[in-house]
Design a protein around this ligand. Structure first.
Ligand code: ADP
Ligand code: MG
Length: 384
């Protein structure tokens, strides 16, 4: 279908009869009612091709998702990639109804909000500006605090929305269409950046291979479906920087590179005499290469920092074969692997609001001069 479509919305049942709110700027009095005191944050995400809004309620790590609306811009399928100008314009037409729907699903009005949190980096600047300008106007007109949230920090919090044990310390692997990051999360707000991709992002590699195999965009899930039928022995593609004798001091120990496997796929497709017959085998060999690399690097990080938990995030974390392989490799070491359900693994506003809870409770606030940036380091980086 062309044009935006409602793809996903849900809410947990309203349960605010016993709800007593404490003003965000006041000092909470420590009476019996304080046990019930809650904060409600509206999250807004428009960094790429999803217009999303969510309402979360709670405090500390006890946060409940009251609503989540995600409007995916299907129009980009026609072009085989996100067209920035079209994305910005589509956000403009959908931001108001998306927020209204999120409030409605949560059973609240604007009067009930304590803060508004917007993704302000990284992403497409024109797309970010739409959500950010809307958030600023809302915060200013309602007299409530504004928070600017780093999109990748949002991904770190996504699994915590569903799994109460998906909290630090943990190793994080964030794999999306635009990013591939391996982090050690010592505590919320304390992140060691261990590795990143030197060329394509993991999701980008899936999408490009999908295109080579004649599959629709975005192609990650089609590659996964096709790979199920593939013969793992027909092809074997390169795995970059996973030498057995590698040491943590090597500069590529935690790094990723996916351009080599992409070229290997291209060569296999060109050399094939019958690509229709071979394409499931190609998909299988490609996915095996991706998964082996992602699992090996994540194992290295969890092992080096003795972490008992691994948290996955980003669209590629929807790949069930990846999650199963991660569990098979790390499980025997006593490591629990947490992967969000698909709607929380891909871009969504609930994870932005969840990260905002942490920053809000630390007293962080953005000014109305908050700006949008195409790229910027995740906040809270500490030395690796
Ligand atoms: P971004 O907005 O940065 O593109 P998302 O977090 O929305 O990132 O994730 C989209 C990416 O996830 C796309 O590259 C898509 O192909 C990939 N993806 C989604 N499902 C799967 C899957 N099952 N296997 C592999 N990749 C997937
Ligand atoms: Mg996206």
């Amino acid at each position: 279908m062309l044009g935006p479509s409602w793809t996903d919305f849900s809410s947990s049942p309203r349960n605010d009869s016993a709800h007593i709110r404490v003003p965000h700027c006041g000092v909470p009095n420590l009476g019996a009612t304080d046990i019930l005191a809650m904060t409600r944050i509206l999250g807004i995400e428009t960094s790429c091709d999803e217009t999303s809004a969510a309402v979360l309620e709670g405090r500390g790590d006890e946060v409940v998702q009251k609503s989540l609306v995600i409007l995916s811009q299907d129009i980009h399928r026609v072009f085989g990639g996100v067209v920035p100008e079209i994305a910005s314009r589509a956000h403009l037409t959908s931001i108001v109804p998306v927020v209204e729907r999120a409030l409605e699903e949560a059973g609240i009005t604007l009067d009930d909000l304590d803060a508004v949190a917007v993704t302000n980096t990284p992403g497409l600047v024109g797309a970010l500006l739409v959500g950010m300008s809307y958030g600023k106007a809302l915060a200013f007109s309602r007299g409530i605090p504004l928070l600017g949230i780093h999109h990748m920090e949002g991904h770190l919090f996504a699994a915590a929305l569903e799994h109460r044990d998906a909290v630090p310390p943990f190793t994080a692997l964030l794999v999306s269409g635009g990013h591939t990051l391996l982090l050690d999360v010592e505590a919320w707000g304390k992140y060691r950046l261990l590795g990143a991709t030197r060329d394509d992002a993991a999701g980008e590699a899936f999408d490009k291979v999908a295109k080579l195999l004649g599959l629709p965009y975005p192609g990650g899930r089609y590659v996964e479906q096709l790979a199920v039928e593939g013969n793992p022995k027909h092809f074997r593609f390169t795995r970059a920087m996973v030498r057995k004798n590698a040491l943590p001091t090597d500069d590529d120990y935690y790094a990723f590179s996916f351009s080599g496997v992409k070229t290997a796929v291209l060569n296999a497709v060109r050399a094939s005499k019958d690509i229709q017959a071979d394409k499931a085998d190609v998909a299988r060999a490609f996915q095996d290469s991706m998964i082996d690399t992602l699992v090996e690097k994540t194992w290295r990080a969890a092992n080096a920092y003795s972490r008992q938990r691994v948290v996955l995030g980003g669209g590629v974390a929807c790949n069930r074969t990846l999650v199963a392989a991660m569990r098979a490799r790390l499980g025997p070491d006593g490591v629990t692997v947490f992967a969000p359900t698909p709607r929380l693994a891909t871009d969504n506003a609930a994870m932005i609001a969840r990260a905002a809870f942490f920053r809000f409770e630390r007293g962080e606030r953005a000014g109305l001069d908050l700006n949008a940036y195409a790229s910027s380091p995740i906040p809270g980086l500490i030395a690796a």
